[in-house]
Design a protein around this ligand. Structure first.
Ligand code: ATP
Length: 596
C-alpha cells in the first residue's frame, strides 16, 4: 500500500473533529488495507510503530529531524529553523520545503507504508558510535522520496507528535465497521454525520463492539485485534486471552464524594481497602520468570530485585498476573514513606541492591487478573480476592493482601477511613464485590474516598523561558487534559507553587531553582518548537495539580481554566493517555457549581 493513501487520511482526520466521521474515515481505510499492511496501518494511525505496552521508544530529538530535512531538501538548517519558528510545527515546515524542492524533481518512486514503517522502526535500533548519523539517514531517506503531505506526517510521526485525533473509541468502532459493517448493514450518512442501524441490528452491533473491546482489554494492541477481527471474525475475538509477560492496562477507579455516594455507586455490602500512597505494580509470573510493570506499563523488573524475590518465594502459583501497590518503608522507624521516596527507586540504574536496603518496600496485593492459567478478568472481585488469598503466604511488612473489611455500614466505613488515614494512607477504596476487572477504564466498579478536593493529573505541553536569573530555566508550564479523541487540550499555566511546595517540604530556598532546573532538564529534550520565549513540548511529563476552582475560559483550548493552579508532584508512573479527561473536568466543574 502507498503511504500517500495513509497521509491523505491523516489530513482528513485532522480536518474534522466529528468522531463518527473519523470512525468512518478509518473504517474505509482499513477495509482497503491489504492484510500484510493491516497491523502497520493500525499502529501508524495512532502515530506508533510499537504497541503501547512495548518497551521500545523512538526518542528522536527535533534537532535530528531538522538535519534530516536539511539533507532531503538541501535547505540550510538556519532557514529551516527560521521557518520552523514561524509555523511552530516542524511537520508543516518539512511539507513546505519538500514542496519547493519537488517543483524541480520529475520522477518519484512512491513511498510504501512498509518502507516508512521499516525505517521508523529501525530508529531505536541505532545505538552506540554513529547512531545519530544512522538515525538521520533513516529519516532523510524517507523525506527524500516523500511528497509534501507525506513529509508532514513522517516528520510528526518520528517526533511522536502526530496530532490527528484518533481516539481508542474511534479505532475500536472502525474495526467493527470495516470487518463486520456489511453484515450489520451499517450505513454512514456524511451530511447528517450519523449512521443508520435498526434496533435489532443495534443489539448485534453492540455485541461486536464489546467483542472488539474485550479483545483489546486482553491484548492491549488494536493492531493485533484488527488482524484477528479480519481473519478470524467474532469467534477469533472471543478466543483472545491474556498473555503473561504482556502488560495490560490497569483498572481505574472513580472518585466518590462521601460514603453515601460510594455505597450508591458500588452497592452494599462492599469491600473497603486502604488506599496506599505508593506505586502501582502489575506483577507477571510465568514459571520462573517474573516481570514487573508500572502503571505506565514500563518494565521495572531490574529496579526491584527484592520484590521479585519476595514474589517468587511467597506466591504459590505457576503463572499469574496481579495488581499491587508497593510502598516504601523506613527501615529504622518502620514508618511508611510517601510516594516521593519510592519513586527514586524507579529511576535507579546503579547500586540497585543498596537502594533496596535503604528504601525497602511492602507489597500490598489487591487484585488478580490471572492465576494458574485461569483468566479471572470476568470473575467477580470477591472471588478474585479469595483466589489471591489461597496462593499468597503473607508476611507482615513484606507481602500482604491489601487491608480489607467488608461492610454495609457507613459508621464502619468511617472508622476504617480514619484508621487508614491514621496510618498515613491517602484514603480508602470502596469496591463492588460482584464486579469484573475492567482494564483501562474508570467504570465505577470501585471508587476512592480521599479527604482533599480531587487534584488533576495533567500533561505539560508547553512552557516559557524565565526572566532574569531564571532565563536558563523553563518557568511557566502549560498543562493540558485529554479529550475523547486523544487530543491534548490546554487548561492553564502553572508557575509558582513549585517554589512554595518545595520550600515547604524541604525548608531549603535553593530548591526553588532545583525544581525549575529539574523540570527544565526533563523538558528540554522534548521541545518541538520555539516562538519567542514560548516553547511547545512533546506531551510526556505528567504532573499533579491542585487548584482553587475550575472556571469557563475562552483562552484555553479545553474551554476551561484553573484558578490558582499549584504543582503537587511529578507523576512519572502515569501514562499520558490517562491524564484527567475533559469529561472529568466538565464533571468537576458541574459538581463545584452545585456545591456553591
Ligand atoms: P490517584 O492519583 O488517586 O492515585 P490514579 O489516577 O493513579 O489515582 P485511580 O484509579 O483513580 O488511579 O485510584 C486508585 C489508585 O490508588 C491506583 O492506581 C493505585 O495505584 C492506588 N491504590 C492504593 N491502594 C489501592 C487499593 N487497595 N486498591 C486499588 N488501588 C489502590
Amino acid at each position: 500500500m502507498e503511504y500517500k493513501e495513509l497521509a491523505e487520511i491523516y489530513q482528513s482526520l485532522e480536518d474534522t473533529s466529528k468522531r463518527l466521521e473519523k470512525t468512518y474515515l478509518i473504517s474505509e481505510l482499513l477495509k482497503k488495507t491489504p492484510s500484510e499492511d493491516l497491523k502497520k496501518i493500525v499502529l501508524l494511525l495512532k502515530g506508533r510503530v510499537f504497541p503501547q505496552w512495548h518497551q521500545k521508544k523512538l526518542g528522536v530529538a527535533s534537532r535530528l529531524v531538522l538535519k534530516a530535512i536539511n539533507i532531503a531538501t538541501g535547505t540550510s538548517t538556519n532557514r529551516i529553523e527560521q521557518d520552523w519558528k514561524k509555523t511552530g510545527d516542524l511537520g508543516l515546515t518539512a511539507k513546505k520545503l519538500i514542496k519547493n524542492k519537488t517543483q524541480s524533481t520529475l520522477f518519484f518512486k512512491p513511498l510504501s507504508v512498509n518502507k516508512v514503517f521499516k525505517n521508523i522502526k529501525a530508529l531505536p535500533k541505532a545505538k552506540g558510535h554513529g547512531a545519530v548519523d544512522r538515525k538521520i539517514k533513516l529519516i532523510a531517506e524517507l523525506l527524500s522520496s516523500a511528497k509534501p503531505i507525506e513529509a508532514k506526517y513522517i516528520t510528526r510521526t518520528v517526533l511522536e507528535d502526530l496530532r490527528v485525533g484518533v481516539g481508542e473509541g474511534s479505532l475500536r468502532d472502525a474495526i467493527v465497521w470495516s470487518f463486520f459493517g456489511d453484515k450489520l448493514k451499517i450505513r454512514y450518512n456524511k451530511e447528517e454525520n450519523d449512521f443508520d442501524i435498526s434496533d435489532e441490528e443495534r443489539i448485534e452491533y453492540n455485541k461486536y463492539i464489546n467483542a472488539v473491546q474485550e479483545a483489546y482489554d486482553m491484548k492491549n494492541d488494536f493492531a493485533e485485534v484488527a488482524k484477528i477481527a479480519k481473519e478470524n471474525g467474532l469467534e477469533g475475538l472471543k478466543n483472545v486471552n491474556l498473555e503473561v509477560g504482556k502488560p495490560i492496562k490497569v483498572m481505574l477507579y472513580q472518585k466518590a464524594e462521601d460514603f453515601e455516594d460510594a455505597f450508591e455507586t458500588v452497592g452494599k455490602p462492599a469491600a473497603l481497602e486502604y488506599k496506599y500512597d505508593g506505586f502501582r505494580l502489575q506483577i507477571h509470573k510465568n514459571k520462573d520468570d517474573i516481570q514487573l510493570f508500572t502503571r505506565r506499563l514500563d518494565n521495572v523488573t531490574k529496579q526491584f530485585p527484592d520484590v521479585v524475590k519476595v514474589i517468587k518465594n511467597n506466591i504459590n502459583s505457576k503463572n499469574f498476573i496481579l495488581d499491587a501497590e508497593i510502598i516504601g518503608i523506613d527501615p529504622k522507624t518502620k514508618r511508611w514513606l510517601p510516594f516521593q521516596n519510592i519513586s527514586q527507586r524507579i529511576k535507579r540504574k546503579y547500586n540497585i541492591h543498596r537502594m533496596a536496603k535503604t528504601i525497602p518496600v511492602i507489597i500490598n496485593i489487591f487484585d488478580a487478573m490471572q492465576i494458574n492459567n485461569k483468566n479471572l478478568i470476568k470473575t467477580p472481585f470477591s472471588e478474585r480476592r479469595a483466589e489471591l488469598k489461597k496462593i499468597t503466604d503473607q508476611i507482615p511488612e513484606k507481602i500482604e493482601l491489601a487491608e480489607q473489611i467488608i461492610t454495609d455500614s457507613q459508621k464502619n466505613a468511617e472508622d476504617f477511613y480514619k484508621q487508614s488515614l491514621g496510618k498515613g494512607n491517602e484514603g480508602i477504596m470502596v469496591k463492588a464485590l460482584d464486579k469484573p476487572y475492567k482494564p483501562g477504564s474508570r467504570v465505577g466498579y470501585g471508587v476512592k474516598v480521599k479527604p482533599i478536593m480531587e487534584t488533576l493529573d495533567l500533561v505539560i505541553t508547553g512552557a516559557e523561558w524565565g526572566q532574569g536569573k531564571r532565563a536558563e530555566w523553563l518557568s511557566s508550564f502549560t498543562v493540558s487534559c485529554i479529550d475523547q479523541d486523544g487530543n491534548f487540550r490546554e487548561i492553564g499555566k502553572v508557575g509558582t507553587g513549585i517554589k512554595e511546595k518545595e520550600a515547604e517540604q524541604n525548608k531549603d530556598k535553593n530548591l526553588e531553582g532545583a525544581t525549575f532546573k529539574q523540570l527544565t532538564n526533563l523538558l528540554k529534550p522534548l521541545i518541538i518548537s520555539e516562538k519567542g520565549k514560548c516553547v511547545k513540548v512533546k506531551p510526556k511529563i505528567v504532573i499533579e495539580i491542585n487548584y482553587e476552582e475550575i472556571q469557563r475560559s475562552p483562552t484555553y483550548s479545553s474551554g476551561y481554566a484553573l484558578r490558582f493552579p499549584r504543582l503537587v508532584k511529578l507523576r512519572p508512573e502515569k501514562p499520558i493517555e490517562e491524564v484527567s479527561t475533559l469529561e472529568q473536568i466538565r464533571e468537576y466543574y458541574q459538581t463545584q457549581k452545585h456545591r456553591k
